[in-house]
Design a protein around this ligand. Structure first.
Ligand SMILES: Nc1nc2c(c(=O)[nH]1)N(C=O)[C@@H](CNc1ccc(C(=O)N[C@@H](CCC(=O)O)C(=O)O)cc1)CN2
Ligand SMILES: Nc1nc2c(ncn2[C@@H]2O[C@H](COP(=O)(O)OP(=O)(O)OP(=O)(O)O)[C@@H](O)[C@H]2O)c(=O)[nH]1
Ligand SMILES: [Mg+2]
Length: 458
């Protein structure tokens, strides 16, 4: 297959010490060499770096002072020849270099195209390529570790092992078909089928159980701060993110829109959502805000329900408690610096299943306790990212669910004594679905869609 040579800026936009323009493809070295004054890049050893100047071959104009790395296929990121031009990290500088490279008829890469080539050239499989993206997007150490392991091929290895089990069962069926006259062959076939499908089924189940935590690791624990107007929700948001993100005033109904912010609370990635205080209101804008608050409430993984210690429990508070029934909730009794009006006995009664934390946010009291309650809830029933293989990708979860269902069809078929060559169809389907995770059987359009989500230059 003949491929063209591609290029892109591989470092973030903005000012920095160094920026990199990367080239990959059969003409990478030749094209870079047209611009480079220093050494003859076509003759240097692979995986070496060289100092020199970039000069526009048309005008002989000096463009940049650079360091250039030359990496010959196949031991490179893309398995193709790769050249990396390290230039000064200014917006103008790096764009000049890119334009100069493009002038040599090198094509601008699409987002994710370098990684796509690493996949197409067999250096990594699809789940590893997806992990590259997860790694870049990771918001906590923990999320990064999960991605790093997936990039290293942990998930791929597990999936391939499961596929191998299914393949062995399928091979046994072939033996059965070839030697139908032997009874013990049939017996063995059934045995292998049952044993292997059950084992794979169990392991898929275990993987799916890690998915919920995986999603949280990736996207953050969706944490909604809810409560009546003026109880201190925005103050709480600001205290947790250590920044004045949300507007705080003494006027009830200050927050009108939903405000989102990522924050790392003791290793738990939170997607913290401040909402408009929930109450009946005639104000149109506030009404829309209240509507959004209710929506956020329904979609959250964790609720921080804020009350005012200096005020009585109202009907609206009680309605909120009803709305969050069955969810993970931490009740925050704020403004404990004020004289007590809140009926704590009544509160303990209606919030018996929830953790209750007292705070006086204005005096920075109780935030520590709240943070440890949040991490307790998250780590309860424990998720140890140590040795586990995590599924953290929506596409993988969907495929695992499909694979599980297909296997269940097979298992059910065996139970009711269906002919083995019918059961075999479901097992084969499971094998194929698992193959989509690692990219053994995926369509071009899916690949395009997956890689286009990457950043430019990756
Ligand atoms: N300058 C630079 N730094 C970078 C990258 C890059 O592309 N360029 N990377 C981009 O993400 C990451 C490193 N990832 C890489 C992964 C594999 C290979 C690679 O060449 N693999 C070959 C040979 C390995 C070897 O020599 O043993 C292979 O697997 O065949 C290179 C970089 C982070 N740092
Ligand atoms: N006394 C006291 N006042 C507080 C405390 N925490 C917040 N406040 C004050 O309560 C008022 C309302 O705070 P906000 O954080 O804006 O309340 P909110 O729940 O976001 O209000 P809405 O956005 O209107 O729903 C402000 O004047 C805060 O300074 C506290 O612990 N004690
Ligand atoms: Mg507010």
């Amino acid at each position: 297959m003949d491929t063209d040579t591609i290029t892109a800026i591989s470092t973030p936009v903005g000012e920095g010490a160094i920026a990199i323009v990367r080239l990959s493809g059969p003409e990478a070295v030749e094209k870079a060499n047209l611009l480079f004054h220093g050494r003859n890049l076509e003759q240097v050893d692979s995986h070496t770096m060289h100092y020199g100047k970039l000069v526009d071959p048309k005008t002989d104009e000096l463009i940049e002072e650079v360091m250039v790395s030359v990496m010959r296929a196949p031991k490179t990121f893309t398995r193709e020849d790769v050249v990396e031009i390290n230039c000064h990290g200014g917006l103008v500088s790096v764009n000049r270099v890119l334009e100069l490279v493009l002038d040599q008829h090198v094509r601008l890469a699409e987002p994710g195209e370098f990684t796509k080539r690493a996949f197409l050239n067999g250096r990594i499989d699809l789940s590893q390529a997806e992990a590259v993206m997860d790694l870049i997007r990771a918001k906590t150490d923990r999320a990064m570790n999960v991605a790093l392991k997936q990039m290293d091929g942990r998930l791929s290895k597990l999936i391939q092992e499961l596929r191998q089990e299914l393949l062995e069962a399928l091979a046994q069926v072939e033996v059965n078909i070839d030697y139908p006259e032997y009874d013990d062959v049939e017996e063995m076939t059934n045995e292998v089928m049952i044993e292997n499908t059950q084992k794979v089924h169990r392991q898929i189940g275990e993987l799916l159980q890690t998915a919920k935590q995986g999603k949280i690791l990736r996207e953050g624990l969706g944490t909604a701060i809810v409560g009546r107007p003026n109880v201190g929700k925005s103050s709480l948001m600001n205290a947790l993110v250590h920044e004045n993100k949300a507007i705080v005033t003494e006027i009830p109904g200050t927050t009108r829109d939903v405000i989102e912010e990522y924050v790392n609370v003791r290793g738990v990635p939170l997607r913290l959502i401040d909402t408009a205080g929930i109450r009946d209101t005639e104000d149109l804008v506030e009404k829309i805000g209240v509507e959004r608050s209710r929506q956020v409430l329904n979609e959250a993984d964790l609720i921080l329900l804020v009350l005012n210690y200096g005020d009585e429990l109202t009907e609206e508070d009680e309605k909120l408690f009803e709305a969050v029934q069955g969810m993970d909730v931490i009740v925050i009794v704020n403004k404990t610096d004020l004289p007590q009006k809140l009926d704590m006995d009544r509160l303990h009664h209606i919030a018996s299943e929830h953790t209750i934390v007292n705070t006086a946010i204005i005096e920075e009291q109780g935030i520590d306790k709240l943070e440890s309650s949040i991490s307790d809830i998250f780590f309860e029933g424990d998720i140890d990212t140590g040795d586990m293989t995590y599924v953290s990708n929506v596409r993988h979860v969907q495929l695992l669910n499909q694979a599980k269902e297909a296997l269940e069809d097979a298992m059910q078929g065996m139970e009711v004594g269906m002919p083995i060559d019918i059961v075999q169809i479901d097992v084969r389907r499971t094998w194929e679905i698992l193959g989509e995770i690692v990219g053994d059987s995926v369509s071009d359009s899916l690949l395009d869609q997956l890689f286009s989500q990457f950043c430019l230059g990756k």
